[in-house]
Design a binder for this molecule. Structure first.
Ligand SMILES: Nc1ncnc2c1ncn2[C@@H]1O[C@H](COP(=O)(O)OP(=O)(O)O)[C@@H](O)[C@H]1O
Ligand SMILES: [Mg+2]
Length: 506
């Protein structure tokens, strides 16, 4: 079987591609090929060039030099539409559905004319066809006649997938799509990929999730700083080796905390007291306390209430019963929480935590503006500039300077800017909602180190996470939530395992 794989025909070949953005070398002499019936993983730290190389293949942007061959012929797609017309489709990292129109219209987007006869639009047929495409990919619970804007992120992502799959591509690029999806949504993607492989088609699959990528891919190419480092065939997969080639050095051993000392101060700094919230992710009579010098983990299934809890404690969500308290005082709103030195890193960092159309510098210093204010109102430009440069350096933000717009940074680097912002403010209490979601190990490691440092300085951190290993690795205590209630509190000294958490969350 393995031998046969080797003989499979190459369908696309990329040779010596270079791509620069200003002074950033996004791709250097990248050569890569993919076979028929192959699922090829692409992995590498944020900013290593994964999206750039695949978007060139899929016609979204053009290379500065180098060339490509597809099905034995020169490949120079003029646009994404042109690429899709020729059988290469891409599900992009940033979302691309139009909220104000129906699901069916999104699926047929530029192609709705085929349902038109003269002035008459056959909506019924369009809706039926869209529904059968949705059903075909396993998304039958999305209704084609619905308004797209009414769907959640996961469903909108599935609509994008349906739009591409409608064209039955020969090569599909999936760029960090699974990060936004639940296990069920992920299964839909995996099934599509497997089906394509069985039909002799090819997939480029970009993901940060090492386990997922090792399970789903036939081969894995590692990129680092715009260069191809190595391609691993399935039989060569080795997690440590892959990680090593991603970061270019041995992983430090103490990735998580190594101590089993779960102690902290008695002083309560943040508290939810009999909190009830009626919302799509409700809480019922929930009480929880975060102490000085404590890292408190919060885990559970996706609808367990943990994200609501984070918002409530930051004053970003109204409480229907009970109270949210910072240092014993009720929190009024977000501004009030920030005044009390509480920082919050939201799950949805693009829309909530960062001003994307502004330079990195403004984002980092906006969090800490009071620090530069002399006599309460004067901002010292030099102090501010020095501070920002120090943060960029300390957090190893990959950029060409503090003037670069946040919108052009890769996900992991955006996340570092969010951290920089709150640390800049001198936050005593940090609420982190899935801070390492979709983030590569290099950045994760830096964040974990910062969390440990903050704990040692007597600060308090509430970390909400979907990753059990992260909770077990970092928290002094783990609160397991289920259906909006506190199901179990586990403490570090008891050496809980993943099985312990799972037992209480389901
Ligand atoms: N439109 C752009 N303008 C400026 N720089 C960009 C742009 N797109 C990507 N880059 C830069 O190119 C490099 C590679 O980015 P990207 O391909 O998005 O990485 P990855 O997908 O591996 O995270 C990064 O340094 C990124 O900041
Ligand atoms: Mg990317």
């Amino acid at each position: 079987m393995q031998k046969m794989e080797k003989e499979k025909r190459t369908v696309l070949e990329v040779k010596g591609i270079e791509k620069n953005f200003g002074t950033t070398k996004a791709l250097r002499d990248v050569s890569l090929s993919i076979r028929e019936g192959e699922i090829r993983g692409l992995i590498g730290e944020n900013g290593s060039g994964k999206s750039t190389v695949t978007s060139i293949i899929a016609g979204m942007q053009k290379a500065d030099s180098g060339n490509m061959t597809y099905e034995g012929e020169k490949w120079e797609p003029r646009s994404m539409i042109d690429a899709l017309d020729h059988g290469i489709g891409m599900i992009v990292q940033e979302s691309g559905t139009v909220p104000g129109i129906s699901v069916a219209e999104n699926i047929f987007l530029a192609d709705t004319d085929k349902f038109r006869t003269g002035p008459f639009m056959n909506r019924k047929r369009m809706t039926e066809e869209a529904q059968s495409i949705l059903n075909g990919i396993g998304a039958e619970n999305i209704h084609a006649e619905m308004l797209t804007g009414a769907l959640d992120i996961q469903s909108r992502k599935l609509v994008e997938i349906a739009r591409v799959m409608r064209r039955d591509p020969k090569i599909l690029v999936v760029d960090e799509t699974t990060t936004a999806l639940s296990p069920r949504g992920r299964d839909i993607i995996y099934n599509i990929m497997k089906k394509m492989r069985d039909e002799g088609k090819s997939v480029f699959f970009i993901s940060h999730d090492m386990e997922e990528i090792m399970n789903e891919c036939d081969a894995l190419t590692v990129l680092r700083d715009g260069e191809i480092i190595r391609t691993f065939e399935k039989e060569e997969f080795d997690e440590e080796e892959i990680k090593k080639s991603m970061i270019g050095r041995e992983l430090e051993h103490d990735y998580y905390r190594t101590d089993d000392d779960g102690s902290f101060d008695d002083e309560v700094v943040l508290e939810a007291k009999n909190v009830t919230v009626h919302s799509s992710e409700p809480l019922y009579d929930l009480s929880i306390q975060l102490h000085k010098g404590e890292i408190l983990g919060v885990g559970g299934l996706s609808q367990c209430g943990m994200h609501t809890l984070g918002k409530v404690l930051f004053g970003a969500k109204k409480v229907h019963k009970g109270e949210a308290l910072i240092h014993g005082e009720p929190v009024k709103n977000e501004a009030d929480a920030m005044r009390k030195n509480v920082g919050y890193v939201s799950k949805d960092r693009d829309t909530e935590s960062l001003v994307l159309q502004a330079p990195i510098g403004d984002n980092i210093s906006s969090g800490g503006i009071d620090r530069f204010a002399k006599g309460g109102f004067f901002v010292s430009p030099k102090a501010e500039k020095d501070y920002v440069d120090e943060q960029i350096k300390g957090l190893e933000v990959k950029c060409f300077g503090r003037k670069q717009y946040v919108s052009t940074l890769s996900g992991g680097n955006k996340q570092k800017v969010v951290f920089g912002k709150w640390i800049g403010r001198g936050s005593d209490i940090l609420i982190l909602d899935c801070p390492t979601r979709g983030i590569d190990i290099g950045v994760k490691q830096a964040m974990y180190r910062l969390m440990i440092k903050m704990k040692k300085e007597g600060k308090a951190i509430l970390i909400i996470s979907e990753e059990m290993s992260e909770l077990l690795g970092m928290a002094d205590r783990i609160a397991v939530l289920k259906d909006g209630r506190l199901e179990k509190m586990l403490s570090r000294e008891e050496h809980p395992t993943e099985a312990d958490i799972i037992q209480y969350m389901i």
